[in-house]
Write a protein that binds this ligand. Structure first.
Ligand code: CLF
Ligand code: SF4
Length: 526
C-alpha cells in the first residue's frame, strides 16, 4: 500500500503518475473572475465552457465559482484539532491559518455535534450548499473525525457538497477514502515546490512516527502534496491549491508553484496574502515578516492567471465559519442553541430556493451582457478599480458605514472583473462614524477611483472625495457589474472631456488583524 511507502520512494511513484497527470490536465481552465466576459468556472459564461459533470460540481460552490459566491454559502465545522506539520504563520492556539485568518479560534465539535449543526444550519440557511472541514488543525491528521462527520452528513443531507482542505502531508493515504465518501472538492495548501524555500516556511513535519526538519521536512511535504494532487485529479476530484504569499520568501517562487500545480491538473489556484502581526504569536508575526500589499498580491495573481484561473474571492475564513463568504453567522449557531433546536431538514424547500437563485443569476447575467454592449464602441485601454459595498445577491446593497469589506472590480472595455476584496472595520459604530475606521477604509481602497454604495452620509463622502475616491450612491440596489459598467462608461466620457484627470492611484493596505465585530461574543474573535 502506498501508505506504507518510505519517503524516499515517493519520488519514484510520483514519476510514474506523471503520464496520468498529462491526461487529466485539460480538465483545468476554470476562471473564477465573474463578469470579465472570459470563459470561466461557472462565473459569467455558465455551463457552456465546462464538461457538464464539472459544471455540476462548481456551479453552487461559493469558493469554486466567483459568481456562485454572491448567492451561495458554505459552512465549516471545527472537528479536526490535531496537525502533523508546523507552519511559521501558525499559532496552534488558533485555527489552521491555511484556511483561516490568524487570531480567531473555533469551538471544537464531535462528529455527532457537527452533523447536527450542519442540519440545523441547512434548515435555516437554504443558500448553504457546501460543508467544508478546514481545521482547526489538519482534517487528514484527524481522519476518523473528518470522515465520521462527512459520513453522517452525506447520509442525512445528500444535497450538501462535501469539501475539505488539507496541508497534503497525509493526503496520498486518504484519496480512496475521499472518493468513497463522495468528497468532490479538495484544497491543498502548497506554498513551495523547492525545499530551500520550504525550509523557511516549515520548521518540521511529523510523518509515520518520525519528525523531519529543515529541507528534509520540506522535500517530504512537497512530494506528498504533489503526489496527492495527482492522485486526486486522476480520481476525478476537483482540486484547488491555496498558497500563502510571503514577500521575500515565496512570492516570486509562487509562479513556479502555479506552473507545477497547473500541469498536475489543479482546477483553481488561490494565492492568499500572509496575515501576520506580532499579537498572533506566530514565528512570522514575531519576526516582523510582513504580508503583501494589495497591489503586490494582485500583480502576482495577474502574473499567474492564464489557462488555470485564479481564485480572488477567498475570505480566509475561520474553521467554524457559517454563511456567505465574507459574512460570519457562526455566532447564531452555538452548541447550546443547536441542542435546543427542533431541526427540520426540508430538501424540497432547499431545492426551491436554489431554483429561485438560478432565475436571479440568469437575470443578472442578462443585465450585464446588455450593459456591456454600451461599451462596444470604446477602445480606451484605461483600467480602473472600483470598490463595491454589498451584502450578497450580486447587488450594490450595503451602506458604506455597515460594510465589513469592499469588493474590488477592475474595469476595462471588456467589462467588470472581480479582482479581490478588502476587509475593513465598521465605520458606523452604533449610530456615529468612527474616524479611525474611516482612515482604515480609505487605506484599504486607496487604489480605487470610486466606491459604489447603497447609502452614505455627508461626512464620509467629504473625506472620501478629499482622498480622491468618488462616493457613488446612484446605483443603490442595482446589479454590481451592470452598475460598474455604467459608472465606467461615464468615467471614460468624463476623461475624454477633461472633467476628470487621469491620475494613477497608489497602493492599498491589506488588513492584518482579525475583524472584531461589534458585540461579538468573547472568544469568538480576537
Ligand atoms: Fe471551506 Fe475551503 Fe471548501 Fe471553501 S473555504 S474548505 S474550499 S468550503 Fe473558500 Fe474560505 Fe477561502 Fe477556503 S473562502 S478560506 S477557499
Ligand atoms: Fe497550523 Fe494549518 Fe499549518 Fe497545521 S497546517 S501548522 S494547523 S497552519
Amino acid at each position: 500500500m502506498e501508505a506504507l511507502m518510505e519517503p524516499g520512494r515517493v519520488s519514484e511513484r510520483f514519476s510514474k503518475l506523471k503520464g496520468l497527470a498529462i491526461a487529466v490536465a485539460p480538465h483545468k481552465g476554470c476562471g473564477s473572475s465573474g463578469g470579465s466576459g472570459k470563459s470561466s468556472c461557472g462565473s459569467s459564461a455558465g455551463s457552456g465552457d465546462l464538461p457538464p459533470d464539472v459544471w455540476e460540481k462548481v456551479k453552487n460552490h461559493p469558493c469554486y465559482s466567483e459568481e456562485a459566491h454572491h448567492h451561495y454559502a458554505r459552512m465549516h465545522v471545527a472537528v479536526a484539532p490535531a496537525c502533523n506539520i508546523q507552519c511559521n504563520y501558525c499559532n496552534r492556539k488558533y485555527d489552521c491559518a491555511n484556511e483561516s485568518r490568524p487570531g480567531v479560534v473555533s469551538e471544537r465539535l464531535t462528529p455527532e455535534q457537527a452533523a447536527r449543526k450542519v442540519l440545523a444550519v441547512a434548515s435555516e440557511i437554504p443558500q448553504m450548499t457546501v460543508l467544508g472541514i478546514a481545521g482547526p488543525g489538519d482534517p487528514l491528521a484527524n481522519p476518523d473525525k473528518t470522515f465520521g462527520t462527512f459520513d453522517r452528513v452525506f447520509k442525512a443531507a445528500p444535497d450538501i457538497k462535501l469539501c475539505l482542505s488539507t496541508n497534503g502531508l497525509a493526503l496520498p493515504d486518504h484519496v480512496a477514502r475521499i472518493k468513497d465518501f463522495k468528497v468532490d472538492h479538495v484544497t491543498i495548501t502548497i506554498n513551495m515546490i523547492d525545499p530551500e524555500v520550504g525550509a523557511r516556511i516549515y520548521p518540521w513535519v511529523f510523518f509515520r512516527h518520525k519528525r523531519y526538519t529543515g529541507k528534509d521536512a520540506a522535500k517530504l511535504l512537497s512530494e506528498r502534496q504533489l503526489e496527492g494532487l495527482e492522485m486526486l485529479t486522476q480520481a476525478g476530484i476537483l482540486c484547488k491549491v491555496n498558497s500563502v504569499m510571503i514577500p521575500g520568501i515565496n512570492d516570486d517562487h509562487l509562479v513556479e508553484v502555479n506552473k507545477a500545480v497547473k500541469s498536475r491538473g489543479a482546477f483553481l489556484h488561490n494565492i492568499m496574502p500572509l496575515i501576520s502581526a506580532p499579537e498572533h504569536g506566530t514565528v512570522f508575526g514575531l519576526s516582523g515578516q510582513r504580508g503583501p500589499t494589495a497591489q503586490e498580491l494582485k500583480a502576482l495573481q495577474d502574473k499567474c492567471e492564464g489557462e488555470m484561473n485564479m481564485m480572488r474571492h477567498c475570505r480566509q475564513c475561520r474553521a467554524d465559519a457559517v454563511g456567505l463568504l465574507g459574512e460570519d453567522r457562526g455566532a447564531e449557531f452555538t452548541t447550546e442553541r443547536i441542542e435546543s433546536m427542533e431541526v427540520q431538514y426540508d430538501a424540497g424547500k432547499r431545492q426551491a430556493y436554489r431554483d429561485s437563485v438560478e432565475v436571479e443569476r440568469s437575470a443578472r447575467r442578462a443585465a450585464r451582457e446588455q450593459e456591456l454592449l454600451t461599451l462596444a464602441g470604446e477602445n480606451s485601454n484605461r483600467k480602473i478599480l472600483l470598490a463595491v459595498a454589498t451584502k450578497g445577491g450580486g447587488k450594490v446593497n450595503e451602506h458604506f458605514g455597515h460594510a465589513k469589506e469592499f469588493q474590488i472590480y477592475e474595469m476595462s472595455t471588456a467589462g467588470a472583473k472581480f479582482v479581490g476584496h478588502r476587509r475593513v472595520d465598521l465605520y458606523c459604530q452604533g449610530g456615529y462614524g468612527e474616524e479611525d475606521a474611516l482612515a482604515g477604509v480609505i487605506r484599504a481602497i486607496n487604489d480605487c477611483v470610486a466606491v459604489l454604495v447603497a447609502k452614505i452620509g455627508a461626512c464620509p463622502k467629504e473625506e472620501l472625495r478629499k482622498a480622491g475616491i468618488e462616493p457613488i450612491d446612484q446605483y443603490a440596489y442595482g446589479y454590481i457589474e451592470t452598475s460598474a459598467i455604467s459608472y465606467y462608461r461615464g468615467y471614460l466620457e468624463r476623461l475624454k472631456s477633461g472633467a476628470v484627470a487621469d491620475v494613477e492611484r497608489g497602493d492599498a493596505v491589506i488588513r492584518q488583524g482579525a475583524f472584531v465585530e461589534v458585540g461579538a461574543p468573547a472568544g469568538q474573535a480576537a
